[in-house]
Write a protein that binds this ligand. Structure first.
Ligand code: C5P
Length: 221
């Protein structure tokens, strides 16, 4: 097999309200960056589409920097075709309907009635592509589920809703979102594989191994 092309999204997106304020989340980008590094080390050609983060870019991956969900979607579509798409980014589900050109005054009633519009679901759009769908489409699910059973059920529902091939599910009740460690379940339609709590680099290496193994094998859907 020649080197597979893998697109990974990582980090948060930020959705501007005005020149100084935005809506976003606590994603550090660590898990996506570590996965990009692990797959590049496997010899894959990795395009890493990243929201704003404060960590160093991984060696061997092509970094495409974006800010908003709309920019992230455009960058992903522009990077196709690919053998695999892995959506690790914590894409903001909503964005302000209007981006104010000047700083909003805090005494203005504007904040109380801030209008939001839904962002595109990039993972669902990539899963639903007809001609350019990557052979393997992987999503992440960050859930506050306390036990493994609940987490697996949430992951299975997400697998169907998004139309992807795998969901990597993790419980973010603790500090998984900004912290250095994580534990995950790899959920496909046929099986569930747990990866025990470990540093995000270790989780990424194991996920990278699984992704490369799936790309080497013929995929069933
Ligand atoms: O629905 P939820 O946000 O929990 O799904 C998480 C998965 O969907 C992640 O893989 C994330 O990158 C992706 N996603 C997306 N576009 C959105 C929201 C989530 O691609 N607007």
């Amino acid at each position: 097999m020649s080197a597979p092309h893998i697109i990974i999204t990582a980090g948060p997106t930020i959705e501007p309200i005005d020149p100084v304020r935005f809506l976003s989340n606590h994603s550090s980008g660590r898990q996506g960056y570590a996965l990009a590094a692990a797959l590049a080390a496997h010899g894959a050609r990795v395009t890493l589409v990243s929201g704003p983060v404060s960590i160093e870019p991984p060696a061997g991956a092509e970094l495409v920097k974006v800010q908003t969900a709309l920019e992230m979607r455009d960058a992903v579509m522009a990077a196709l075709p690919a053998d695999a798409y892995i959506g690790v980014a914590a894409v903001a589900d909503w964005r302000p309907a209007t981006r104010h050109a000047s700083k909003m005054k805090t005494d203005k009633a504007g904040f109380a009635s801030l209008q939001l519009v839904e962002n595109p679901d990039i993972l669902r759009e990539v899963s639903g592509l007809t001609d350019r769908r990557p052979r393997l489409v992987v999503g992440f699910a960050a859930e506050t589920a306390s036990d493994g059973g609940a987490l697996e059920a949430l992951a299975r529902a997400k697998l169907e809703r998004k139309g992807c091939d795998l969901i990597i599910a993790n419980d973010v009740s603790g500090d998984a979102m900004g912290g250095a460690e994580n534990s995950v379940l790899i959920v496909s339609r046929d099986e569930v594989k747990p990866i025990a709590r470990a540093h995000k680099d270790v989780i990424a290496a194991k996920l990278g191994d699984s992704v490369m193994a799936l790309l080497r094998a013929p995929l069933r859907r």
